[in-house]
Design a protein around this ligand. Sequence first.
Ligand code: SF4
Length: 451
Amino acid sequence: MDNLRENCGIAGVYGNNRAAEMLYLSLFSLQHRGQESCGIVVSDGKKIGLKRGMGTVPQVFQEGKIDYLKGSFGIGHVRYSTTGSSSLKNVQPFFAEYRGKSYAISHNGNLVNSVFLREELEEKGSIFQTSLDTEVLMHLITMSRKTSFQEKLTDALSRLKGAFSLLIFIPDGLVAVKDPWGFRPLCLGKIDGGYVIASESCAFDLIGARYIRELSAGEILTIDSKGFRSSFLPAAKDTARCIFEFIYFARPDSTVFGKSVYNVRKKLGERLADEFPFDGDIVVPMPDSGNVAALGFSQKRSIPFEMGIVRNHYIGRTFIQPFQTSREMGVRIKLNPIREVVGGKKVIVVEDSIVRGTTSRLRIRNLREAGAKKIYMAVSCPPIRYPCFYGIDFPSEKELIASREPVERIAQTIGVDGLYYLSLDGMLSATGLPKEEFCTACFTGNYKVRA
Ligand code: SF4
């Protein structure tokens, strides 16, 4: 399909005797961030339980039968591969033994200097089992000349460039790390005297944990038998939160970077309504990712909101067709316009983003066949013109329609009567956070961190 793929989701629990159950539920809440593979590692301080596999959380953990994973702390991971091939050996948490002790790492994001670091490590004799960025960090930790684990970790982390929100399983606890640029979200919650850490706060709601705060850029938060403490990596010149978390990736019921995703997404719709140069009879979201922005748009312009396109929720990555179908049929199976809603109307369709444009074209054609008189598209972010090197699976520059064609041509290609993208300033103001603290590289080509 034509969507951007989420990168990964990570979760950790400390101080709860049902750590595996808490992790299972947390990962289930983060499933939208990766459906290709998942894993959990837990410990009771003596024994370690580890389970990883290909598939979604319920597939790998067979409908919650996880009694054999006993422990009071642990970490988990859901993955869609952005670096490292899609195979069992690349499933996280990445697990390693060092000096008779066990360590594991869950990583969300992409390093931009991992190739360089890997070559350097190989020259010094390191042998790699996987193609994961995460393994590079493990080698850097073990090869550091510092003495304590904490010093070795800080030394290793300071060599990394790019996006890394990490959870590290150590013999008596957890370490949570956010890169100095703050690319990916990572938040801390509290549950029954213990702690939980996750990519998004929606993971806390399901397990009854209370959101405390977002980790700071460059923070190294250790939770172990000695307590709870933070240290910091050297500050980066820039902050580079991924704006796409608000536009598309994160769930609307999450808080990321300290802000409600729902509220920011609705504001994106309101800003879009302010700027949008066309008029229509109804506002229709491209479900589900366009829903909240469309609501904001509709309320701001006082144009009725209608669910004119219905999404089939039972088609996912595991959908197996008994026969070959065209791409067009695939789009129709997933999203179906309602003739009685859109027929004879001037429809404003609110979409979160346009990537290649191929799916948009088919969706618009279906809408026209259902009788829409005019179709205007409102996109809640600027044109995507550049690839992402920080952990989101973007197509190459030449596959991105907006890097090849001006907006008027894109409108023709996808078959709409009018197309408008939210301005960069409109998008950044909708967040309520300092504009300069976001990464906007996929829109502007301004990559704040390079190898
Ligand atoms: S390039 Fe785009 S998707 Fe990638 S981190 Fe930056 S804002 Fe996010």
